[in-house]
Design a protein around this ligand. Sequence first.
Ligand code: PEP
Ligand code: MN
Length: 299
Amino acid sequence: MERGKNSQQVISGPPPVKLVNRETKPEGTIVNVQGIQIGSSEVVVMAGPCAVENREQLLAIARAVQASGGKILRGGAFKPRTSPYSFTGLKEEGLKLLATVRQETGLPVVTEVMDTRQVEMVCRYADILQVGSRNMQNFALLEEVGQCNIPVLLKRGMSATIKEFLFAAEYILKHGNQQVILCERGIRTFETSTRYTLDLNAVPMLKKLSHLPVIVDPSHGTGHWWMVPWLAKAAVAVGADGLLVEVHYKPEEALSDGPQCLRPDKFDSMMQEINKVARAVGRKISIPKPIHELSNSTV
Ligand code: PEP
Ligand code: MN
């Protein structure tokens, strides 16, 4: 090999992250969504259908989620689908349904924005903008949501390293928006028995490297509804600040992601279980008391 000037050259990587770095804010960031604090001692659960399908579906699920202690309603109006022949969402009609159900229940809503051209519209209806796994490195979109003044839920790209994930968040902060929530949602590995491999290593690692709150999506991370409560408990035990969970009354009829949706009764028992784990690790979840207990306590 020729030994010359070039062989001395150091090939350096990108400069390290600055704005998202834990050192810039050792106390951690708390993202405030209509008074709900993500990144505090409370574990915040966001739940709802994968896709908004119609008013009855959304309202019924929202009420069930709320009764079980869910604090934020999720639901996609713009759906990134592998096949263009699958249901790609109700678009603005879906956003309007989210806004109506927010009004009726008081639950803030988180919904995905897939394209820079949709940002303004989605901002008019949403309380949190979700940037999906497939768009984690859509830098134009990151810059655009970085200029919004509502919080962003940034999902980890399914093949992104922790470093790439943090750089994606750095784009958003660099453009002015400091209200970012990181979401681990599973990565691609050689394993095929689950939809993705939920990388729970990411939670303590992200919290060590960054001051941003970290939540976990055990629905996409596993692809199997029966696994969701197990991984939800594990996520809380490992330090997650919140969860993003898919819920549907009739998963077999869901227009997307039915196999990973929890029925409301299973969601309710999951909430009871994660509550115990949260307490064991010094966190809390505020779950409304069942109606019969409320009436007993007032007698
Ligand atoms: C979703 O939350 O519905 C979704 C599409 O998630 P992801 O981007 O993680 O696949
Ligand atoms: Mn989904």
